[in-house]
Structures are given as C-alpha cells and as structure tokens.
Design a protein around this ligand. Structure first.
Ligand code: PLP
Length: 379
C-alpha cells in the first residue's frame, strides 16, 4: 500500500457503533469492566485509548514499525526512549541535534550520570572511535537541524549492530514520506508530530515507533509508567493532520526547492543549505537514503547588507517563529531562538552563526514567497 493510502486509511475505521467514517474522540479517562479481568482492550486512558491507538497504528504503518506510542510532545517521546537506558550508560549523538534534545541530554540527563559524546556524525570514524564498552545508544538526527547535514543511517547502524548498541533516529524533519529509518535498520524512530505529521501548527505531540516486539513491550511500558502519553483530543488532531501528509510534503518540498534556488542566486545571501541543491555536499547520501529533500532550508544572510531584524520585520508571509512543518511559512534565527540553549561554544562548533536563518516552507504559492523574500532582502 502506498504511504498516501496508508495515511488516509490505517487505524481509522474502528467505530462499529454508528459506522462513523472518521475515528471518534474517546474522551474518557477510564473504561468499565464487564467482569473482573474482562474488558474491551482498554482500562485507563494513560495506558491506552482507542483514539490514540488509531493514531499509533497509523504512524506505525507509515514508518513500517510493529507499533508506536503517541506521546504528549516530541520531547516526551525522546525522554521515554532515553529511559531505555540508565545512569552510567554512554550515548553517541550529533553535535548539531535539535536544541531541546541537546538540552535534555546535556543539562538534565548528564548531571544524572548519563554520559554523552556529541560528535560530527558525518564523520563515521568519529562515531566509531567514540564507541566504548559503555555505549548503549546512538542517536541519529538526519537531516540535521538547522544546517541539513546528512548522517549515513545504514553506516551508523552497521557500527552499532556489531556491539549490540541501540540506534534511534529522529525522523521529524523528513517524515516517513521522504525517509524510512526502520527500513535502513534503525531500532526506533521518534517524531515530534508537532511538525510535519500533524502539519497545521495547532497541537504538540510526539511518537516513538518500534522495529520489533521487544522494543514495543519496553517502550509502551515506559510511556505508561512515565505518564507521557498523548491526550485523545490531541491524538485525534494529529490523525486528522496525517491524512494530508503526502500532498503537504510535496507542496513543502516544491516551495523549498524554488526558494532555495532563488536564495542561492541572491547577492545578499552568502550560502544556502538545502539537500535538493547541487551545492549540497552529500548528493550520493541524499539519493541513497532519502526519497525527497523536505521543506526545510537554512541560509547565511549577509548582515553587512541587511540587518536580521530589518529583514524579519519586512516579511509579510514568514512569521518570525520557532517550530516548523506547518502549512504556513516560518522563519527564525537558530543562534538567538531555537538553538540558543546550546550556548555560543556548541553553536559555533556545529557551524551555526549569528547570520544563519532557518526557514520552514509552508504550502503557500512559491511566487508569493519569493516576492516577499525579495523585497525583504533589499534591506
Ligand atoms: C520540535 C522537535 C523536537 C521536539 O518536539 P516537541 O514536540 O517540541 O516537544 C524534537 N526533534 C526535532 C527534530 C524537532 O524539530
């Protein structure tokens, strides 16, 4: 079944009471038992809920996993996955991962005794050399945020497999429409469904998708024990958003490509980062593991010619906002906004500058977006 078909149909037709075409919101905290030990599959909404289960079946099908846990936020999903480990364990991850993930790892889990190596994961030798007898997880985020660097998923999995190290991929940036990490051997996929999967900037949510039943058992246990599962209302919204994932991803990508080409030719732009451009340094890897380039790009503004704030203020269609993956275009500065919690040293090490601008292309008309950027880039 094609992903467009799965996103519309999987997990959806579960109501046989009135045959509603759309999954109902089961707004209940608890479910009554017919007798001791006898119920219809659900007893308490933190542990399980039919609306959330529909979403979980849907996301699992899109990613090709055995099951999924829908969580309150993307960070809730990431937190649950880190609870597969314990203090003393070592985790290898990128030096340019999502700012909130970096904060959880570096400022919350590290003081608790978890050990992290933040390395340039494009350099496979660095990944290999970072492995110790205590390494229990390799955390992959590709393309990276905000510079769209690509990590070779299969190569990292090969390093991890030999040592029985868990691999996890944050697939938020491309969504399963453009990248399927489980097919490349990864053990778990996490999502901030806040972004492309929901796609309408009206809910926060997350997901963990499991490659096998052992991971599913442990993961579902943890999500319930930690209490990080998603509310039925929010799950319903995400399920609604996912129905249009395919057409939206195509539209995001078309806009990103058109805008990337425009920016690359502009005299007040020093550099553009987009996997669909010929100038992207990893074309073979892009072709090998991605079926599309996505809707995110970044660029270096020549702030000697256009001041950042002047540029942002002049824009009509690009809201100055964090987040990404919604139908409306958003723009922001990772240095001062989304990635500020990394601090100047880590920011510099990952290649982010004060002039780096990150753009999430919405699904508006490309000509309008380009005209808007063009007038704002005049300074
Ligand atoms: C937004 C984001 C997260 C965190 O998700 P929330 O829903 O904001 O908690 C994690 N990873 C990536 C790549 C993200 O963009």
């Amino acid at each position: 079944m094609l992903i467009r078909t799965k996103s519309v149909h999987t997990g959806v037709n579960i109501d046989t009471t009135f045959n509603s075409v759309i999954t109902p919101i089961y707004s209940t905290s608890t479910f009554f038992f017919d007798a001791i030990g006898k119920h219809k599959g659900y007893d308490y909404t933190r542990s399980g809920n039919p609306t959330r289960a529909a979403l979980e079946a849907n996301i699992a099908a899109l990613e090709g996993g055995v099951n999924c846990s829908a969580t309150a936020t993307g960070m809730a999903a990431i937190t649950a996955v880190l609870f597969f480990l314990k203090p003393g364990d070592h985790i290898i991850t990128g030096d340019d991962i999502y700012g909130g993930t970096y904060r959880l790892f570096n400022a919350v889990l590290k003081p608790m005794g978890f050990d992290f190596s933040f390395v340039n994961m494009r350099d496979l030798k660095k990944v290999k050399d970072s492995v110790t007898s205590k390494t229990k997880m390799i955390w992959i985020e590709t393309p990276s945020n905000p510079l769209l660097n690509i990590v070779d998923i299969e190569a990292v999995v090969a390093i991890a497999r030999k040592k029985k190290i868990l691999t996890v991929a944050d697939n938020t940036f491309l969504s399963p429409y453009f990248q399927k990490p489980l097919d490349l051997g990864v053990d778990m996929v996490v999502h901030s469904t806040t972004k492309y999967l929901n796609g309408h900037s009206d809910v926060v949510g997350g997901a963990v998708v499991y490659a096998n039943n052992d991971l599913k058992e442990r993961g579902r246990y943890l999500v319930n024990a930690l209490g990080v599962s998603q509310s039925p209302y929010d799950a319903w919204l995400v399920l609604r958003g996912i129905k249009t994932l395919g057409p939206r991803m195509e539209a995001h990508q078309n806009n990103a490509m058109a805008v990337a080409r425009f920016l690359e030719g502009h005299k007040n732009v020093r550099k553009v980062y987009y996997p669909g451009l010929k100038s992207h340094p990893q074309p073979d890897l892009v072709r090998k593991q991605m079926t599309g380039f996505g809707g995110m790009l970044a660029f270096e503004l020549d702030t000697g010619k256009v001041l950042l704030n002047t540029f942002f203020k002049k824009l009509k269609y690009f809201a100055l906002a964090e987040s990404l993956g919604g139908v409306e275009s958003l723009i922001e500065t990772p240095w001062y906004m989304s990635h500020a919690s990394m601090g100047p040293t880590a920011l510099k090490a990952s290649g982010i500058t004060r002039e780096t601008v990150r753009v999430s292309l919405g699904i508006e008309g490309a000509e309008d977006l380009i005209a808007d950027l063009d007038q704002a880039l005049k300074g």
